[in-house]
Design a protein around this ligand. Structure first.
Ligand SMILES: Nc1ncnc2c1ncn2[C@@H]1O[C@H](COP(=O)(O)OP(=O)(O)OP(=O)(O)O)[C@@H](O)[C@H]1O
Ligand SMILES: [Mg+2]
Length: 220
């Protein structure tokens, strides 16, 4: 559909053209916003594609709504159309952690708050499902935000929480191996942020993460 048909939306430029979604920056009612539009995937049957698109969008919107009430650092949902496959979000003025870690100024200690951020998400009863260094944004003051909740779960199992740590571990070791100790800093931050409110304690999640890590090593 033409993005011109979205009420109050003024597009500026395409930020990201990914496999699943196109993200455009612009403004909505004068506020900095992004439009995340799911694109059809040619190789999938159109019916399956539509239902997956709807499912991911509605999960993402529900999770973002829940996080907003907890003042968790993630985008607000301004508007959405599940049938048309788009969502308007508040724009976060930051760059991906991926880029920040590539900077010489960044050091391994910068992953301690990342661990705390993930623990806070888990304390809210949510797993992310795609915890890569591209889905964590850092602003100029160093504050962290999480985005991209299409694979998130409300009321996750222990395994899903462990997988969040494992996915980030894989990113940190594969793409940011120059940051020695980054994984340990992340785990330390995760453990220190335990507030006792989640489905599983931070120690239980780290134990599961270590088990998953061992499984991957053994079979990989
Ligand atoms: N609210 C936002 N504020 C600022 N930038 C954003 C926002 N949402 C997304 N972006 C930018 O767009 C990129 C892609 O967004 P997102 O991660 O939500 O989509 P995606 O599902 O990963 O897309 P794909 O998997 O198809 O590549 C992000 O990495 C980020 O750079
Ligand atoms: Mg993403």
């Amino acid at each position: 559909m033409a993005t011109g048909a979205i009420p109050m939306w003024m597009p500026e430029k395409v930020l990201h053209e990914g496999a699943e979604a196109t993200v455009t920056s612009g403004s909505w009612l004068g506020k900095p916003a992004v439009l995340k539009m799911r694109r059809p995937r040619g190789y999938r049957h159109p019916d399956l594609d539509r239902s997956l698109t709807r499912q991911r969008l509605s999960v993402e919107a529900r999770v973002l709504g829940r996080l907003q009430t907890r003042e968790f650092p993630s985008p607000a949902v301004y508007d959405l159309d599940i049938e048309e496959g788009w969502m308007l979000l508040s724009r976060i003025d930051g760059r991906p952690l991926y880029d920040a870690l590539k900077d010489d100024s960044a050091d391994a200690a910068s992953t301690t708050p990342v661990g705390a951020l993930i623990r806070n998400l888990h304390e809210a009863g949510i797993s992310h499902g795609d915890m890569t260094t591209h889905n964590i944004l850092v602003d100029t003051a160093g504050a962290l935000y999480l985005i991209d909740f299409g694979l998130a779960r409300i009321s996750p199992e222990l395994e899903h929480l462990g997988i969040d740590l494992q996915v980030l571990n894989e990113c940190l070791t594969a793409s940011h191996s120059e940051h020695e100790g980054a994984v340990q800093s992340m785990v330390d931050g995760y453990l220190a942020a335990d507030a006792g409110g989640a489905v599983a304690s931070a120690e239980e999640v780290v134990a599961r993460f270590n088990a998953i890590r061992g499984r991957v090593r053994y079979h990989g």
